[in-house]
Design a protein around this ligand. Structure first.
Ligand SMILES: [Zn+2]
Length: 135
């Protein structure tokens, strides 16, 4: 009995190479984009029934009234529109990867701040252009 255990001398995570300042890791960002893309496609597929035209037959809708069913379909369609927009953003970010212009503002060609890309890897605009686009 030793009474206490010393920390394991095995391999320990090293902080070497990690930066406290925000930098972009292209590999990580690309992976994030691809994962998000796969996720969106999966959700689009699994919710396709929610967007199908509302059946006239009440029995098909269980306890939902036709009004409820129509409303739910509207919501499902709106959610899909948001997914499609995000997918388009992701696809164009992936294209920028392929043409090696990823990380540069699509409007002014300046570098996009790392923090913006880390927060949203599909971000196409630098902070200045995004600000003027919202004006
Ligand atoms: Zn810009």
């Amino acid at each position: 009995m030793y009474g206490f255990t010393l920390p394991s001398s095995g391999p320990r995570p090293t902080l070497f190479g990690m930066s406290t300042t925000a930098k972009i890791n292209l590999k990580v960002l690309r992976k994030k984009l691809e994962e998000r893309r796969a996720d969106l496609l999966k959700t689009s597929k699994s919710t396709s029934e929610d967007r199908a035209p509302v059946e006239l037959d009440q029995a098909m809708q269980g306890r939902l009234s036709r009004m409820d069913a129509l409303q739910q379909r509207e919501m499902a369609l709106a959610a899909q529109r948001r997914r499609d927009l995000e997918l388009a953003r992701i696809d164009s970010a992936l294209k920028r990867f392929d043409s090696e212009v990823y990380g540069y503002c699509v409007s002014c060609d300046e570098e996009i701040a790392p923090g913006r890309l880390n927060a949203d890897p599909s971000e196409p605009l630098c902070v200045e252009c995004a600000a003027s686009a919202n004006r």
